[in-house]
Design a protein around this ligand. Structure first.
Ligand SMILES: [Zn+2]
Length: 286
């Protein structure tokens, strides 16, 4: 049995509340008709996922969701010709925003609130929040990206969309893998320059003044090494495949998460955002 949002509630939502305004803050509306979309429908109590769909105009898209009432909507990359049911692998790939996916579940082993796994609470949320702050700063300072949008995933995480320019859109899988590796290092033996480590210590260790630790002060060095042990556990744990896969679908900003009923929404300030700030479909339609 799939848990779902009642169709009449969704119907009201799509008719009176839903719009493409949030999506168009992230994606370029001029290439809308090349964009792949995916949908989840419920038919005979079964969840049906369908992708490889595109729409000539935003109005066509709105008409479709208002008549078909999907439980969930996701958005992918750009293709030529626009996907019309055939697999996108047969089409020419034109580009995809650079994306990162953070989920609190990835940090289950270092939660300290005592409430166990797979939940979200105010004590655990900073694990995701601080990773987002670190990623945001790294993308801006190390890569010079500016058009970065953070989106609440609707449940326990955040999505980052970098929609800078055609150069970013056209990054291949190898380049995306290198970027995600820089941000979210794998294993124990990674090496990063001092400015990268200082950023991590500042954000995850709340250490602002490290000073000249690399010189002679043995006590200070030991102290930093101690803090670093904690900090390295809190480094961004992004779902690497989401970033690397140039055909990836991601929940559409402005849509509803079918399990929580919460709006997948653009986060204005990642420093202060908490899950409850995102309204539920029930609040939205009332
Ligand atoms: Zn918790």
């Amino acid at each position: 049995m799939v848990r779902l949002i009642p169709i009449d509630i969704l119907e009201k939502f799509y008719k009176h509340v839903f719009s493409l305004a949030q999506l168009f803050k992230i994606i370029d509306p001029s290439t809308f008709h090349h964009r792949e979309f995916g949908f989840v429908f419920i038919k005979d109590d079964k969840e049906i996922f369908t992708r490889n769909r595109s729409f000539e105009t935003p109005d066509d898209f709105l008409r479709f969701v208002r008549s078909e009432i999907p439980q969930a909507i996701s958005v992918g990359g750009l293709y030529d010709p626009p996907p019309r049911g055939q697999s996108i692998t047969q089409l020419k790939w034109l580009g995809h925003e650079l994306i990162f996916d953070l989920d609190l579940t990835e940090y289950d082993d270092i939660r300290t609130c005592g409430k166990g796994k797979e939940h979200v609470c105010r004590q655990c949320w900073p694990l995701v929040r601080d990773s987002a702050i670190f990623i945001d700063e790294t993308l801006r300072e190390d890569f010079g990206f500016e058009k970065i949008t953070w989106v609440f995933s609707g449940r326990r995480g955040l999505h980052c969309w970098v929609s800078e320019s055609s150069e970013v859109m056209e990054l291949d899988e190898e380049a995306r893998e290198a970027i995600v590796e820089w941000i979210s290092p794998q294993g124990e033996n990674f090496r990063r320059p001092l400015y990268w480590q200082k950023r991590a210590l500042k954000i995850f260790g709340k250490v602002d003044q490290i000073g000249r630790i690399d010189v002679v002060d043995v006590t200070a060095k030991k102290k930093v090494a101690e803090i670093w042990k904690t900090v390295r556990k809190r480094l961004p744990r992004v779902d690497r495949q989401v970033t690397i896969d140039v055909n990836r679908l991601l929940r559409m900003p402005g849509s509803i998460h079918p399990t929580t009923g919460r709006l997948v929404t653009i986060v204005k300030d990642i420093q202060t955002f908490y899950v409850d700030d995102s309204p539920t479909i029930y609040e939205l339609i009332s």
